[in-house]
Ligand binder design. Structure first.
Ligand SMILES: O=C(O)C1=C[C@@H](OP(=O)(O)O)[C@@H](O)[C@H](O)C1
Ligand SMILES: C=C(OP(=O)(O)O)C(=O)O
Length: 425
């Protein structure tokens, strides 16, 4: 797909439901007794993979588009899948499901696409093995496919080396089936959707700073879940409005959980004009309308404990930094190397092709802003966040930007190009 400079982005948009919350709604709904009704569920390929995995384990799920109904069978209601469970491109599905499957008295196999088979799974294999699960990497390299023999788990206190909500959640979910208390401490606080939602379903879970503790064998009850818009999807429109002169965009009902709102904090630090309106709170997950206006930005340093609160937004922030005066340093972000692609290498390669002054580092990037960008052929490496970031870059650059593999946006935002187009009319 090709992109060219536009004069502005203007108008209103409603981004689809949050990906992290949509996955969890299906998983926890399946483990609860009774029906869970989810509205504004993200119909992206990743969340559809989660639905199909639970259907394969005997959970009836009706996907009516705007509402998803999960007819949960309780903590011990899953049945043994007859085939390997295919998570597609979704790291969240693979890692959270490994925690659930570690607690089941049956054998299962988790697999996925070429990208997922390169991502590190040792980070869940290690703690789940310590809890007593039989979990192995079939190719023997710490990656998927994973073979899991669950049951008879012991609660542990795990000190994770990475601030990862997927690792934390996998351990907490296994903790539902352990014979005592399970605790996870992480180096920095990662997104806390698991803690918030499991508590709403009836789990006994308590958090203090970067430590979370869960008690086993709760009675989880089906419930209603309203999914807020995904701030990671809103990031593309936030950046477009900030980068393109004369722009003003209103993004409705965006989740602004403090463990996810790093992009708002960094953009404001860079000089962005962003206001929040109609702030609401449903089940502990705050949301707001974001009003974003074109702003003259300056460079900044992004590192430390804010990184987990904006990890998926860093590709877009790297593009934004090209449009800010001065230097932007992104550090402590080595996790970018183990996402759907190596997001440090891919950003450096593609932004360099567009004429940016950017240098990759061991744990991030250094970007000299204020150098105009020009169109180029962009290899998305089938990474949805890369494709969306460069679509926005193309709208603010000379010439034509061609994105290869542009359909991969279906992973997290199937209507992305249509919504973007409406804002450019
Ligand atoms: O728990 C989640 O829903 C997610 C956690 C993050 O990954 P890590 O846990 O690997 O940091 C994030 O990058 C991913 O898009 C979704
Ligand atoms: C890293 C991501 O997702 P996952 O880990 O679920 O594949 C993402 O959506 O940017």
């Amino acid at each position: 797909m090709n992109f060219q400079r536009v004069h502005h982005v203007k108008g209103e948009v409603r981004v689809p439901g949050d990906k992290s919350i949509s996955h969890r709604a299906v998983m926890f709904g399946a483990l609860a007794k009774g029906t869970t009704a989810v509205t504004n569920f993200l119909q992206g390929a990743d969340c559809l993979s989660t639905i199909s995995c639970f259907q394969q384990m005997g959970i009836p799920i009706e996907n009516n588009g705007n509402e998803v109904l999960i007819h949960g069978k309780g903590l011990h209601g899953l049945s043994m899948p007859q085939q390997p469970l295919d998570v597609g491109n979704s790291g969240t599905t693979m890692r959270l499901m490994s925690g659930i499957l570690a607690g089941q008295e049956f054998k299962s196999v988790l697999t996925g696409d070429a990208s997922i088979q390169k991502r590190p799974m040792g980070r869940v294999i290690d703690p789940l093995s310590q809890m007593g699960a039989g979990i192995v990497s079939v190719p023997g390299n710490g990656c998927a496919p994973l073979q899991i023999r669950g049951g008879s788990l012991t609660g542990i206190h795990y000190h994770s080396k990475v601030a990862s909500a997927q690792v934390k959640s996998a351990i907490l979910l296994a903790g539902l089936y352990a014979d005592g208390t399970t605790t996870v401490t992480e180096p920095q606080l990662s997104r806390n959707h698991t803690e918030l939602m499991l508590r709403m379903f009836g789990a006994q879970i308590s958090s203090q700073d970067t430590t979370v503790t869960i008690q086993p064998e709760p009675k989880l009850d089906g419930r209603m879940i309203q999914v807020p818009g995904d701030i990671s999807s809103a990031a593309y429109f936030i950046a477009a409005a900030l980068m393109i002169p004369c722009s003003e965009v209103r993004i409705r009902n965006v989740g602004i959980n403090p463990t996810r709102d790093g992009i708002l904090r960094v953009c404001r630090e860079m000089g962005a004009d962003i206001t929040l309106e109609h702030i609401s709170d449903t089940d502990g997950e705050p949301a707001a309308d974001l009003v974003v206006r074109y702003s003259r930005l300056h460079g900044t340093v992004i590192g430390g404990s804010i990184i987990p609160a904006l990890i998926d937004e860093l590709p877009m922030l790297a593009v934004l930094a090209c449009f800010a005066e001065g230097t932007t340093i992104i550090r402590d972000a080595q996790e970018l190397k183990v996402k759907e692609s190596n997001r440090i290498d891919v950003m450096v390669q593609n932004l360099t092709a567009m004429g940016a002054r950017i240098q990759g580092t061991e744990d991030g990037m250094i970007i000299e802003g204020g150098v105009p960008l020009h169109g180029a052929v962009i290899d998305s490496r089938l990474d949805h966040r890369i494709a969306m970031s460069f679509a926005i870059a193309g709208l603010a650059s000379d010439g034509t930007t061609q994105i290869l593999g542009s359909d991969c946006v279906n992973i997290s935002y199937p209507g992305f190009y249509a919504d973007l187009r409406k804002l450019t009319l």
